[in-house]
Design a protein around this ligand. Sequence first.
Ligand SMILES: Nc1nc2c(ncn2[C@@H]2O[C@H](COP(=O)(O)OP(=O)(O)OP(=O)(O)O)[C@@H](O)[C@H]2O)c(=O)[nH]1
Ligand SMILES: [Mg+2]
Ligand SMILES: [Zn+2]
Length: 223
Amino acid sequence: MNSRLLDLQQRVLSKNDQLAQSLRDRFQSAQILALNLVSSPGSGKTAFLEKTLAQMSQNWGVAALVGDLATDNDAKRLARSGAPVRQIVTEGMCHLEAEMIDLHLQGWNLAKLQFLFIENVGNLVCPSSYDLGEALRVVLLSVTEGEDKPLKYPPMFSSADVAIITKIDLAEAVEFDRNAAHTNLRAVAPNIRIFESSARTGAGVTEWIEFLVQQRDSMFFQN
Ligand SMILES: Nc1nc2c(ncn2[C@@H]2O[C@H](COP(=O)(O)OP(=O)(O)OP(=O)(O)O)[C@@H](O)[C@H]2O)c(=O)[nH]1
Ligand SMILES: [Mg+2]
Ligand SMILES: [Zn+2]
């Protein structure tokens, strides 16, 4: 890449970082735990969020923003939970930026929310470079996509706080190597917290929600 292009890219990223920091401040003062869910296309972000929102919306103020290049299919799926949901159509852009989050939060009363889920565009590369003001970055890895993905796409995994191995109901059928997956995750992200789940059976969802509640408690109410 030539130096002018590099300089331009750095300016775009630093503008994004500033806006992300102001979002983070807003989430902090509203006591919202914001999460950025990233993965390759089809790893099960929406399916996992559908389960999460359906369970959480009975007890918590939850909302979701979801990014895709086109369609509002995912927003429609997530809205069935009854939670407020907005689709971000990126019109060709392959990741979400802080500015899009800022824009799509307009009109929402943040005081009513305790958890905000942001489903990023399905892409294992550039979403890792864009801070959205989240407190936790969550990377999903489905059992069908290969245990080597953390080694092949290190920035996405090393920048994440939590990894969720999805579609574990299919593990046997695809001869998923659990040990290899955990080892590869730890190789690029030694401190990552790993969950395993199935949106089909609901396995792992309750444990995940308990973790979120406890994370929010420790963020805002620790004495
Ligand atoms: N068997 C099984 N299938 C799943 C599970 N989770 C998702 N799927 C299926 O995997 C496909 C993709 O799931 P989505 O939830 O749309 O994946 P996504 O990551 O949101 O996809 P994009 O938004 O396009 O990146 C769908 O056909 C789902 O039904 C699971 O836990 N078990
Ligand atoms: Mg989706
Ligand atoms: Zn991109």
